[in-house]
Design a protein around this ligand. Structure first.
Ligand SMILES: [Fe+2]
Ligand SMILES: [Fe+2]
Length: 136
């Protein structure tokens, strides 16, 4: 078994909010499943189903996350929500492209990687710091 394409990093990706970390891990699991089935040359139907699972779970996760950070004194809440909307739109754009071509491009996987590094690491960890301060 080769190494996973997307890795959970307990130091750099943690928000210090267990519920959100668990949701992020599930997101990474779906991304890895997509990558592995893509590498295994799975059918378009199978890959399409995983992409729909990813989009559905992303929608659910963003809703949970927004509900959570709305309980905090988090000044960037509206900016964060706008970024979620944009991410979801880009994900849907890639999904529509896949429906047309049946191909998952390196650009698509690059988009998923950037999402993890730039969004979870750079932005989600911010509400985590506020939540930790509130708790502490
Ligand atoms: Fe987020
Ligand atoms: Fe998140």
């Amino acid at each position: 078994m080769s190494e996973s394409f997307f890795k959970w990093d307990p130091v750099r990706l943690t928000t210090h909010v267990d519920a959100m970390d668990n949701e992020h891990k599930k997101l990474i699991d779906i991304m890895n499943k997509l990558y592995e089935r893509h590498e295994a040359k799975a059918t378009k139907n199978e890959l399409g189903a995983i992409i729909r699972e990813l989009a559905a779970w992303t929608t659910t996760h963003f809703e949970h996350e927004e509900k959570f950070f709305d309980t905090l004194p988090y000044s960037q809440a509206n900016v964060h929500k706008k970024i979620h909307k944009d991410l979801l739109e880009r994900l849907k754009g890639h999904a529509a492209e896949f429906e047309k071509t049946g191909a998952l491009t390196p650009a698509f996987f690059q988009f998923l990687k950037t999402w993890l590094t730039a969004h979870i690491m750079g932005i989600d960890t911010k509400y985590g710091m506020i939540a930790a301060n509130k708790a502490g």
